[in-house]
Design a protein around this ligand. Structure first.
Ligand code: SF4
Length: 212
């Protein structure tokens, strides 16, 4: 069984799939407490569901794109199995993880979006850096950047781990302390080959969190 906070249908706001309709499976529980967290409601609240029950609920939306998120989805042992089953059924599956848990069990059953926590999160020392070697070519890494310090730190991580040679890199501003424009100008100034992402869902539904 898995503890599920919510299953909802929305527009994918991040990653290279941004803009696409997507079914989100938000699992309960997180081992981090990022300062800017907007999904604190998922820390503990959840209902117990089997993999089959989740798949049945996902199928209602007739949508080929599914994201398993949290909280931290890899805290639950059955998450890789859920990703594997969904993939076998023909869904394109994304798993967003905070990078502190071993991503190996996902194998290549899902696109892993590893959210590498910057200093501004207050949780950047918890990343399991051995995960970098386990990323597949189709995976993505994401940095939420709230300050110049975060930006310089993220730039150094990209350089140190040669991420540009491995995966798609996403830079996301943590508004309001970093605006889209500020981050865009920094990226251009430094000639970084990274993708600016603006968290599209927050522009469409600026005052909503749950179910978005
Ligand atoms: S990892 Fe995600 S869910 Fe967990 S505290 Fe950080 S932002 Fe919130």
């Amino acid at each position: 069984m898995l503890s599920v906070n919510e299953i909802f249908y929305s527009i994918q706001g991040e990653s290279t799939f941004s803009g696409m309709p997507c079914v989100f499976i938000r699992l309960s529980g997180c081992n981090l407490r990022c300062h800017y967290c907007d999904t604190a409601y998922a820390y503990s609240k959840g209902r117990s569901m089997s993999v089959n029950q989740i798949i049945e609920q996902v199928s209602v939306y007739e949508c080929p794109l599914v994201e398993i998120t949290g909280g931290e989805p890899l805290l639950q042992k059955k998450t890789p199995r859920l990703a594997e089953r969904l993939t076998a059924l023909g869904y394109r599956v994304l798993v967003e993880t905070n990078g502190t848990q071993n991503i190996d069990p996902l194998k290549d059953h899902a696109v892993c979006i590893m959210d590498i926590k910057c200093p501004g999160s207050g949780e950047h020392e918890k990343t399991d850096w051995s995960n970098i070697q386990k990323l597949h070519e189709h995976d993505q890494v994401k940095f939420v950047i709230g300050s110049r310090v975060d930006y310089e730190w993220a730039k150094e991580i990209v350089r140190k781990y040669r991420l540009q040679e491995k995966v798609e890199i996403l830079f996301s501003p943590a508004r309001p302390s970093m605006t889209n424009r500020e981050l865009a100008e920094l990226i251009l100034q430094d000639r970084l080959h990274v993708r600016l992402q603006v968290q599209l869902h927050k522009w469409i539904w600026p005052h909503e969190t749950e179910g978005r």
